[in-house]
Design a protein around this ligand. Sequence first.
Ligand SMILES: *[C@@H]1O[C@H](CO)[C@@H](O)[C@H](O)[C@H]1NC(C)=O
Ligand SMILES: *[C@@H]1O[C@H](CO)[C@@H](O)[C@H](O)[C@H]1NC(C)=O
Ligand SMILES: *[C@@H]1O[C@H](CO)[C@@H](O)[C@H](O)[C@H]1NC(C)=O
Ligand SMILES: *[C@@H]1O[C@H](CO)[C@@H](O)[C@H](O)[C@H]1NC(C)=O
Ligand SMILES: *[C@@H]1O[C@H](CO)[C@@H](O)[C@H](O)[C@H]1NC(C)=O
Ligand SMILES: *[C@@H]1O[C@H](CO)[C@@H](O)[C@H](O)[C@H]1NC(C)=O
Length: 374
Amino acid sequence: MASNTVFRFLILLTALVWILSADNPKRRRREPWTNGSWFNMGLLEFEEWTNQTDLFSDKSRMCARLRGLTPGQRRVCRRHKDHMPAVGDGVKKGIKECQYQFQNRRWNCTVTEDDTVFGPLTLIASRETAFTHAITAAGVSLAISRACRDGRLSSCGCSRAARPRHLHNDWVWGGCGDNLEYGYKFTEGFVDIRERERKVKRGSREQGRQLMNRHNNEAGRRAVIKKSQVTCKCHGVSGSCSLITCWQQLATFREIGDYLRDKYEGATEVKVSRRGKLRLSNPNYSLPTAQDLVYLEESPNYCIRNESLGSLGTTGRECNRTSAGIDGCGLMCCGRGYNTKKIVVKERCQCKFHWCCRVDCNTCVKTVEVYTCK
Ligand SMILES: *[C@@H]1O[C@H](CO)[C@@H](O)[C@H](O)[C@H]1NC(C)=O
Ligand SMILES: *[C@@H]1O[C@H](CO)[C@@H](O)[C@H](O)[C@H]1NC(C)=O
Ligand SMILES: *[C@@H]1O[C@H](CO)[C@@H](O)[C@H](O)[C@H]1NC(C)=O
Ligand SMILES: *[C@@H]1O[C@H](CO)[C@@H](O)[C@H](O)[C@H]1NC(C)=O
Ligand SMILES: *[C@@H]1O[C@H](CO)[C@@H](O)[C@H](O)[C@H]1NC(C)=O
Ligand SMILES: *[C@@H]1O[C@H](CO)[C@@H](O)[C@H](O)[C@H]1NC(C)=O
């Protein structure tokens, strides 16, 4: 009898706690910290959403539905909803470029299923992690700068950068340029806010990681500015070039990717000091500039599959038998050797052009050898 009462009381209490915790607005406002990444935005197909007319309206719940954002990033999102497709596009470009730059390496920038996007690898403060931060920050910076120029965002337009001093006196400055300043500033606000939101112990590993991420995000943004160029165009009757206008223009993303790949090769190992500053891990290294990438931990060798490290291993990867580089079978297969497979490819050959307009070809069959790591 007594136990029955107690039992009922317990059920009531549980229900009450459940209702309170679900409805308490204070509790709801304190959003959980995410261990996912805003890189998720690069996996979204924003184009599929854009026919929802109220997507960017005040009422829209878009920012709450984006995965991997921190509370601070959600705040920025709510203020600048119309920027989010450009952010997503920038991350997408960043991931694609990363996969291009690393296609022939042991780590090839594989995207995983989970919310971290690059998998457990992101927990290691390695060069590869440094690169992912730089290339995505660069992608977003570029996408926002261009979106401003194209008039796709409500809060910015063409660049208002000052006329470069070395520009020829007769040339007109002020064609509608890519808005690099705005792209830089917005990206800094949206991306770096993650690394400032959480209080961590000074000199701790977490703080080192925050400083590292901020440094590499900055390097990515600067790469965009560094590779941009003043571009000019002739006007006038039939190319007479009586008028020349010039503006600031972004580089292609490939140029920026190549530049950051070089920075990856020359990345500097650092450590966090007890006072909470990044220091060289070896005093013989030269100091990294704001353009350089930094990392805190050595990379795994990515040779063997290790799920907890996020390393896929190189078994089954294609390699180049004659190359002595990282794409060669020696390094790629980590000394395990390789399998040779002959495959038959059919291609069009001996094509003849007939006037007009027909092309006739034969089909040629050739065998090529493909080498894959054991
Ligand atoms: C993310 O957080 C959840 C819950 O705290 C945890 O189970 C999961 O392992 C975390 N994922 C990573 C990659 O750290
Ligand atoms: C948006 O367009 C796609 C195809 O263009 C369609 O499948 C989808 O249902 C549309 N969404 C809304 C909300 O209209
Ligand atoms: C720095 O360079 C000096 C001279 O080349 C060398 O003796 C020393 O071992 C190096 N220090 C470290 C930490 O590598
Ligand atoms: C994966 O790597 C971790 C950390 O280096 C190591 O402790 C573990 O034994 C490895 N697991 C396998 C299956 O090799
Ligand atoms: C990247 O590597 C993984 C495993 O190492 C492999 O399954 C995948 O096909 C590779 N991707 C590309 C684009 O080569
Ligand atoms: C393999 O490497 C050699 C030497 O670096 C290079 O000339 C060749 O084009 C590469 N082959 C492929 C298929 O990439």
